[in-house]
Design a protein around this ligand. Structure first.
Ligand code: EPU
Length: 423
């Protein structure tokens, strides 16, 4: 296993290119299962989660080519050999459940392992299953697998009303509904840019969809979908993460490919904390307005609210802000595991249930730290950039799931960061 060693220091300056979105790519890839024609994704990020989805699709008999050094993924599901997603792959990545809707819609049956628990919360998939039942599917949970069957003649359109917003369940429902007979209405749909990206790609494949980006999506089922080439939307979480680097260490960094529309509520909080964000022709330029960062309160919410996937990184910033900030995590019940690690670096944080109170200190101090999930890992790297001395972040495989070339991207703007092999 590798570690990342960060030495805190001076201001950062330069440009960081932002990759295509992991979470968009992870839902665009299963969309290939809906059609026998090729689906090509460009701007795909080079990440271990994308390789896991590749392995899963290949285990079903799909062809997936590309992505060593290329950002192009060429996929085809013209001759699938299986409709069963095995536990061995699904347990590695919860997004594997996104093959369920497409397989069921195209083949009328599917067996997908239940993902199990996860470091940031229980994360059940009941909403995914209820949505498919609303389209007529019969589901049976046996031996750790969901056994799903469509009625004779295939899934049929229906009204799916989610009790609360779920990104993944909206994606599964949307993909399944494209091939269902008749009209499907998804109410309380997620509005995330990744949903909009999926809908746009499905439309290129021939799907009839209206309302993506609002909380009601209407889908008119079609008999078959064709092929498409689609560019994966910019990763708003990678974008927000790197926007925090100059906010934490000073200097000015331009994040290439970023737009304010992708991160507007995050930008509002940065503004309140004393960070300026300027939209340029090629991205977002970020710098401190003056002096020390100020405290701000943050509550995570579904899009367009403040993203849970930026909460850990924002906490890293607020650890050295002037004053006390309150962070409320409303999406996942166990997403403050970075707090004790930040406290090992001298941060003052108190966690009570879903609320963390952070009182800024003048300086963090480098320390060996580790994290149990992706966003927590990168928050420790950000904290390390601002800390006095050396911070070693272990369990880097979490980071590899969601950030490509983190060392290269941060060194290019002047950070002292390297990846080392553990002894
Ligand atoms: N939930 C249920 N039942 C369900 C589905 C969700 O109770 O059937 C709950 C979850 O446990 C959670 C809440 O609903 O408390 C919202 O979960 P959601 O379904 O929206 O999350 P997801 O689709 O599993 C995606 C991203 C996450 C991101 C969340 C929220 C992907 C592959 N993952 O997960 O990304 O945090 O939306 O925005 O798109 C990450 O990239 O680090 C990450 C965790």
């Amino acid at each position: 296993m590798d570690s990342i060693v960060v030495t805190g220091g001076g201001p950062l300056s330069g440009q960081i290119p932002i990759a295509g979105a992991k979470n968009a790519c992870l839902t665009l890839m299963p969309a290939t299962l809906l059609s026998d024609a090729p689906l090509t994704l460009t701007n795909a990020p080079r990440l271990s989660d994308i390789r896991t989805m590749t392995t899963l699709l290949q285990s079903l008999g799909a062809e997936v080519q590309g992505l060593q050094d290329s950002q192009v993924l060429a996929m085809s599901s013209h001759s699938l050999t299986s409709t069963r997603a095995e536990y061995d792959i699904v347990r590695k990545m919860r997004a594997s459940i996104l093959v369920l809707g497409p397989l069921l819609a195209r083949y009328g049956h599917a067996e997908v392992s239940l993902p199990g628990g996860c470091a940031i919360g229980a994360r059940p998939v009941d909403l995914h299953l209820r949505a498919l039942e609303a389209l007529g599917a019969e589901l049976d949970l046996r031996e750790g697998y969901v056994h799903a069957k469509a009625p004779t003649g295939g899934l049929r359109g229906g009204v799916i009303e989610f009790p609360f917003v779920s990104v993944g369940a909206t994606e599964n429902a949307l993909m399944a509904a494209t091939l269902a007979k008749g009209t499907t209405v998804i109410k309380r749909a997620a509005r995330e840019p990744e949903i909009v990206d999926l809908a746009q790609c499905l439309r290129k494949m021939g799907a009839q969809i209206e309302g993506e980006g609002t909380d009601t999506i209407t889908i008119q089922g079609v008999d078959r979908l064709g092929g498409a080439t689609h560019r994966v939307v910019t990763d708003r979480i990678e974008l927000g993460t790197y926007m925090l680097a100059p906010a934490i260490c000073g200097g000015e960094v331009e994040c290439l490919g970023g737009t304010i529309a992708l991160v507007s509520s995050f930008c509002e909080k940065l503004d309140a904390a004393g960070i300026s964000v300027e939209e340029t022709a090629s991205g977002l330029k970020v710098a401190r307005k003056n002096g020390r960062v100020g405290a701000v309160d943050v509550t995570t919410e579904p899009f367009p609210g403040f993203p849970t996937d930026l909460q850990a990184q924002m906490m890293a910033l607020l650890c050295t802000a002037e004053g006390t900030s309150v962070l409320e995590e409303k999406i996942f019940e166990n997403r403050f595991m970075h707090a004790p690690e930040l406290m090992r670096m001298g941060a003052r944080i108190e966690v009570h249930g879903g609320t963390a109170t952070v009182t800024g200190v003048d300086k963090l101090k480098g320390a060996p730290v580790m994290a149990t999930d992706l966003r927590a890992s990168v928050s420790l790297i950000l904290a390390g950039l601002a800390a006095e001395g050396e911070t070693t972040v272990s369990r880097v495989y979490h980071l590899d799931r969601g950030y490509e070339h983190v060392v290269g991207k941060l060194s290019a703007v002047g950070a002292k960061i390297e990846r080392v092999k553990d002894a």
